[in-house]
Design a protein around this ligand. Structure first.
Ligand code: MLT
Length: 426
């Protein structure tokens, strides 16, 4: 049955169609409202669907997340990141043969040209990896621009493969630069996460020494971050892409948006917070500060805009986190003790339970990456690495059907038209 909603403005009633979702909330189509001389007002897009999409579904009340219909728990448990990349890009799981070919395509595209690697010479060792990653991905636009037709699906797929292949290499190069070490080239015999770890922590000419447990845990982190529908960075990629910008430039815009502590930078902010708290005997003081509305201190890694009961990614991450802690033998790390105390408080104290401030994925990913020995400034770069297939799948989905440039309007609250006053008369 076709639904509509009626809106009456100054006695004139207009019917607005309701677009039916395959699952989840339906959407009121307000596009014709402008003909009545009205805009809708929704800062932060709390009630606004900015597009239609068939990639990822979230039910925030029930704690459900699916990629192309497949539950995140099943993908994290049974799949691998490159298979999830294929799924997000193509809409279906690959056959064994198609997956093998996709992996080969990625391995072939991982190396970075020597002349391009010199871009990193322009940075100091103090430079944040996200700044280097953002610049490097934007820089790829120079290499892949001429002849790139964004309306050709084969060209879009090639861009997707280049970006998925090159982001681990560029992220690892950002890290090596920050420790003033020479770059380690990708090894076509290693898996995706293994390769990244070897490019960060291995040495050229030495056999790779990557722990399978750590590579598997990292691969799972990539799967859990691979997409999250219209989050801030994905929306940024869509808006930048809607201008018909080069895809590498649009993705660089997404990386910039991800960097902030209210988005991907939250995992780094969690660790900074744990370090500020420092020891278990400080926890109750900091919790009291978090509850004090006059204190600027904020607990990082708790609650989520969309999830109202729990973040399903955090549930998977929590189990994986405990496996990594056991493998690394770091259960007694003081910061991890602080994290565990905060986790217990958030799950038990009425203040946190009532406000639905449960530990989210950033909380557990920060702790897991710390236990894996990954330096804190790299955390958000790892989020970017994981999110790459989601960004590029959304960009490609938008371009594969008619779309409009992203161009919101505003509620104007500035002065009315007035005459310019010459400076001598002011
Ligand atoms: C994400 O994965 O992008 C974050 O949880 C933020 C969001 O979805 O808004």
């Amino acid at each position: 049955m076709k639904h509509t909603v009626q809106i009456t403005i100054d006695g004139v009633t207009t019917e607005l169609p309701v677009l039916e979702a395959t699952v989840g909330l339906d959407v009121v189509d307000v596009r014709s409202l402008i003909q009545q001389g009205l805009y809708t007002y929704d800062p932060g897009f709390l009630s606004t669907a900015a597009c239609d999409s068939a990639i990822t579904y979230i039910d925030g009340d029930a704690g459900i997340l699916t990629y192309r219909g497949y539950p995140i728990e099943q993908l994290a448990d049974q799949s691998e990141h490159l298979e999830v990349c294929y799924l997000l890009l193509h809409g279906e799981l690959p056959s064994a043969e198609a997956l093998g070919a996709f992996k080969q395509d990625i391995a072939d595209r991982m190396p970075i040209d020597d002349h391009f690697a010199r871009l990193f010479d322009g940075f100091t060792t103090e430079s944040h990896p996200m700044s280097m990653l953002c610049a490097a991905v934007a820089g790829l636009a120079a290499q892949f621009h001429e002849g790139l037709d964004i309306y050709n699906s084969e060209h879009r797929l090639e861009s997707a493969k280049q970006l998925i292949a090159k982001i681990p290499t560029l992220a690892a190069m950002s890290y090596r630069k920050s420790i003033n070490a020479s770059f380690v080239a990708p090894d076509p015999n290693l898996g995706y996460a293994e390769n990244f770890l070897n490019m960060c922590f291995g040495e050229t000419g030495q056999p790779p020494k990557v722990s399978k447990t750590l590579a598997d845990a990292l691969d799972k982190i990539f799967i859990l971050h691979a997409d999250h529908e219209q989050n801030a960075s994905t929306s940024t990629v869509r808006i930048a892409g809607s201008t018909e910008a080069n895809p590498y430039a649009a993705i660089a815009a997404g990386i910039a948006a991800l960097w902030g502590p209210s988005h991907g930078g939250a995992n780094e902010a969690v660790l900074d917070m744990l370090m500020e708290i420092g020891s278990i005997d400080q926890v109750s003081d900091y919790v009291a500060r978090a509850k004090d509305k006059d204190d600027p201190f904020k607990l990082m890694g708790f609650g989520h805009r969309v999830y109202k009961n729990f973040d399903p990614r955090a549930t998977v991450m929590q189990a994986s986190c405990h496996a990594v802690l056991a493998e690394q033998g770091v259960d007694d790390e003081p910061l991890l003790a602080v994290a565990k105390a905060l986790e217990t408080i958030a799950r038990e104290e009425a203040y946190f339970v009532d406000r639905r401030l449960y530990p989210n994925i950033d909380f557990y990913s920060g702790i897991t990456l710390k236990a894996m020995g990954i330096p804190t400034p790299m955390y958000t770069a790892l989020f970017a690495l994981g999110r790459m297939p989601g960004w590029i799948a959304h960009w490609s989905e938008m371009l594969s059907a008619p779309f409009k440039i992203g161009r919101p309007r505003q509620l104007y609250l500035g002065p009315n038209k007035r005459d310019y006053v010459p400076i001598s008369d002011r």
